[in-house]
Design a protein around this ligand. Sequence first.
Ligand code: SAM
Length: 245
Amino acid sequence: MYDDAAAWAAGPAKVYDLLAIAAVGQIPGDLNGLLALDAGAGTGAAGRALASRGAQVVSMDLSEAMVRLASGVRVVADIKHLPLRDDAVSVSVACTVLSHVDDPLVAAKQLARVTKPGGTVVITAFPAGAGHPVKSAADRVLAAAGYREPDWYRAVKGPGEGVVGSPEALTRLAAAAGFSWSRAHTLLVGLDSLGADDLVAWRLGMAQVAAWVAANNREQLAEEIKASLPDSVDPLPLLVLAAGR
Ligand SMILES: C[S@@+](CC[C@H](N)C(=O)[O-])C[C@H]1O[C@@H](n2cnc3c(N)ncnc32)[C@H](O)[C@@H]1O
C-alpha cells in the first residue's frame, strides 16, 4: 500500500502538490489562523497549500510512513474514524483519498462531522476511467516489461471510483453525507511546470508500482518512458467537491 513514502516524495508528490494547490484554491475566504484538517494527507500536499494561506494544519493518514513526511501536527488515523470531536475544524480537505476508501460515504460523513457549520469541506478525486497521455506512455512501457497491477490496488480502486468518479456522483455523496450545500466540478490542472524527469518520476513512484520498479531496472524503464512522452503535456482533470452544512 502507501508504505514507500520516499518513492512518493521523490516522484508523485510534485504532481499531487499541483493538484492540492488547485483544490485548496477552491476554498473561499481568509484562512488565516483557522484550524484545518488534511485527511488522507499522504506526505502533506494539501496541508502545505493550506498553511501557505495561514491555516493551522492537522495532517492525518493511515500510513505512518507517509504522514511522517508531512509538516506540522501529524496523526496516524483512518478517515473513517477521525479522532476529532464534532465541529473541531473550520476546513477539511481530502485530496484523492476517497477512491481508496472501501466506504467513501462513511469518510464523507466523518468530514462533515468534524467541520464546523459555516466551514468548508473539499474532496477531490480523479474522474473514473480517466486516462492521461503520460500515464498511457508509462503504462505501455511497464506492461511490456511485465508489470501487472497488484491485487490490493485493483481492490481499493474499483468500488471507490464508482462513488466519487464524476461530479454527479460527488454531488450525490455530499447529499447522502448530510451537507446542506455542495458544488462539484472538473478542474484542469496544468502540468507545464514539470519536466520530463518529473513526469517519469510521477508514474514510477506511484504506490502501486514503486516496489516493482525498484526491483526491475528503474533507469532503463525511465529512459523508455521518457522517449515515448508526448511533446506537450495535457492538463490533468481533477474532480473537486466543495461542501458545507
Ligand atoms: C493518492 S494518495 C494522496 C495523498 C495526499 N492527499 C495528496 O494529495 O498528496 C492517497 C492517500 O490516502 C491514504 N489513505 C488511504 N486510505 C486511507 C484511510 N482509510 N484513512 C486515511 N488515509 C488513507 C493513503 O495512505 C495515501 O497517503
